[in-house]
Write a protein that binds this ligand. Sequence first.
Ligand code: SAH
Ligand code: SF4
Length: 387
Amino acid sequence: MTDTILNLSASERERILAKSALFDPPGIALADGRRELVGLTREELAIEMAAIGEKPFRAKQLWHWIYHQGATDFSRMSSIARPLQERLAEHFVVGRPVIATQQTSVDDTHKFLFRFRDGQEAETVYIPDRFEDRGAVCISSQVGCTLSCRFCHTGTQKLARNLGAAEIVGQFMAARDAYGEWPSPRGDTPRLLSTIVLMGMGEPLYNYANVAKAMRIVMDGEGIALSRRRITLSTSGVVPMMDRAGDELGVNLAVSLHAVRDDLRDELVPLNRKYPIAELIAACRRYPAASNARRITFEYVMLKGVNDTEADAHELVRLIAGIPAKVNLIPFNPWPGSAYETSTRAAIDRFARIVMDAGFASPIRDPRGRDILAACGQLRTESQRVR
Ligand code: SAH
Ligand code: SF4
């Protein structure tokens, strides 16, 4: 029985990977023939060096300049002799997504609209902590989303395409440029841009290969060197890929639960019809990176009169009993045309109390950047599928 399930999910995994390849981002070659170095693995970088007759140690040197120093200009790479700097510039670029527009909220949340090489656009949000000098960068994984959760603005935008590894890590690098945060510190010295949450546009586990590649780059100790503890991946519940992300990346997991009964979750998060609550919770129970020190976050959007009763709260704690978890209650963030209302504060408090009494932390998420449509679930761009 277990074997059958494992086999099934393996083939399902292949199917998901093959399907997402249809939405591939542009390759690394630019129109002028030069090649993008951001987003390559160390091995791929060494292959690019070999292609111009350079030794593998050049890849290590470049890695340091690109990901530790944040250099985009070969002439700044002072450990490389001038003639080689010039040759590198003939063959390669170290690019960034371009800031098409940016806005700052009254609460200092900052939203970037990034434009990529083919003109597609996605949003990235920097959310500074209210009390300390640090913050989270909320990164997009896709332009649009194939899923259409009823309460989510991104879900009203059809998937235009997946973002490539260069574009995913590039959002973080461009945000660091904007905040003047290079070079990367040695060790764990605090920075403003100190954590990554994969909670922007798109479903990261439907673009797993690119997300994984980008996160490996971000975690590499000789570059940006962000610990896996400082990265949280949020999924609407792509069960077969959750196992893989846990095994291979070991980042923190956030799961968009939002309902405790299949009939309601089928409606709010249509992916539930494929991976119902029982399967989703089972995948959380076996998520390898979860422990008391690193709990799974269950995200629960509070929708007035829809999922916010005391009975819902009791059922929630029954479902997640025994999982090292916390429950993040997210007051619904409205967007133009949205069909829901935010639960009353009293209903949210009541819900939080029940969850807390059962032994789970249940923070109520402070809505940030609502005035500039930068809060959870408010992101959307005009980009459409071109091919
Ligand atoms: N696709 C992934 C990550 C992006 S969404 C996912 O669904 O998990 C990040 C979080 O914002 C998710 O928990 C999502 O359900 C929530 N969200 C979406 N729309 C929202 C809205 N209008 N108000 C509050 N939270 C919302
Ligand atoms: Fe996609 Fe997540 Fe929005 Fe659902 S909540 S539509 S999975 S981005």
